[in-house]
Design a protein around this ligand. Structure first.
Ligand code: PLP
Length: 387
């Protein structure tokens, strides 16, 4: 390992140096360097984060004397305010599940659950493309782990068959909609696989599907009527729900176990109650936002039809639509040009995506119009002929 400066220099030469952008937003626009651009890079998938009517209604519902902007301790000490129980009951009811457990973030959930529920007699089988927070959870776990090729279920089934008798518990870990490729796992097939073995636990991260998929926006598992078949159904509030935090839908037994063992739940100050109030407020609205979900799917389909044929093996089926450009420089050049044309797109580079697959990651939201999608497709088309 060289000096910090020489490593930074190396990153810079590879086109992989990251900087914190100075950025502001105004509704559906991102403002950067004096330019106002259509924001095609946020995870505000339903377009609710800056919704005036919702904010006003929420503020009117509050009594300032009852607002708490800090919980000042862990949920296991004095941080477990009544809103926590109310929110978890609301979630359990929505999912028709035994229970829910709320965490400070998706990162806390994913980096904490697997280390808590596994030991050296466990095996974790995780998709090659799972989010960094899950990778960190695997790293902190004492279990053996194998990463299977992305959505490669023959390999996964073989790994399960070969290993199931040698471990107490096997955890299959996947995302429902994948962060970078925008494609989906085959939940039906994973649930079917689990049925054949007594010791398999299914762990599904729905960070990109919560709010967006399913009749009530509860995710892909709801869409496919599989919520009860998944042992750890993890969703986050920071994306489509326009709030902060995360939760897992699980059995009472697992919840009790996590409360006793999960370090990222126990050893951190709980989220401020005011944030949970806002989450609960949003959770009352999101199940009814069918028209936003339908519009998002409509514009996504339009863009997928234009971009999927250009992306080789990568086949988005969601509102996250990559445009793969190869090396980092090409992705940077493309992003800069599109930004000048009024589209706020960012290059995604290694190590976030594999070498040679640097891309623009376009994430659509329900506030974007049909016309804007057509303009974007036009701009991408021109870009393709020029690059
Ligand atoms: C964003 C994301 C997370 C992290 O959630 P935060 O609440 O932002 O910490 C976890 N998993 C996936 C797949 C994500 O995209």
């Amino acid at each position: 390992m060289g000096s910090f400066s020489s490593q930074l220099e190396q990153l810079s030469q590879q086109g992989n140096l990251r900087r914190l952008p100075e950025i502001d937003s105004d509704g559906r626009y991102a403002i950067r360097g004096g330019m106002k651009m259509l924001n095609l890079s946020s995870n505000d998938y339903l377009g609710l984060a800056d919704n005036r009517a919702l904010k006003e209604e929420f503020f009117h519902s509050l009594n300032p004397h009852e607002c708490r902007f800090s919980s000042t301790s862990s949920r296991l000490l004095t941080g477990n305010f009544p809103i926590y129980t109310r929110l978890e009951n609301q979630l359990a009811e929505l999912y028709d599940a035994e229970c829910a457990l709320v965490f400070n973030s998706g990162y806390h959930a994913n980096s904490g659950i697997l280390p808590a529920v596994t030991d050296n007699r466990s095996l974790i089988l995780a998709d090659k493309l799972v989010h960094a927070s899950i990778v960190d959870g695997i790293g902190l776990s004492k279990a053996r782990n194998i990463r299977y090729r992305h959505n490669h279920y023959e390999q996964l089934e073989r790994l399960v068959a070969e290993n199931s008798s040698q471990y107490d518990k096997i955890f299959i870990v996947t995302e429902s909609i994948f962060s970078m490729d925008g494609d989906e796992c085959d939940l039906q097939r994973l649930v079917a696989l689990k049925k054949n073995f007594h010791n398999i636990y299914l762990y599904v991260d729905e960070a990109h599907a919560f709010g967006v998929r399913g009749p009530q926006g509860l995710g892909c598992a709801e869409e496919q009527k599989l919520t009860r078949k998944i042992d750890f159904l993890v969703c986050t509030f920071g994306k489509a729900a326009a709030s902060v935090g995360a939760f897992v839908i699980c059995s009472n037994e697992i919840k009790e176990y996590l409360v006793n063992k999960m370090r990222t739940l126990i050893f951190t100050t709980a989220l401020p109650p005011i944030n949970l109030e806002w989450t609960q407020f949003m959770l009352h609205k999101i199940p009814f936002m069918h028209s936003r979900r339908e519009h998002l799917e409509k514009i996504s389909k339009k863009l997928r039809n234009a971009l999927n044929p250009l992306n080789g093996d990568i086949l988005s089926s969601s509102h996250i639509i990559p445009y793969v450009l190869g090396n980092s420089e090409r992705a940077i050049t493309a992003a800069e040009r599109l930004q000048r044309e009024g589209f706020y797109l960012l290059p995604v580079r290694p190590p976030t995506v594999p070498q040679g697959s640097s891309r623009l990651r376009i994430s659509l939201n329900a506030e974007i119009t049909d016309t804007e999608i057509e303009q974007l497709i036009h701009a991408l088309h021109n870009l393709q002929t020029d690059l």
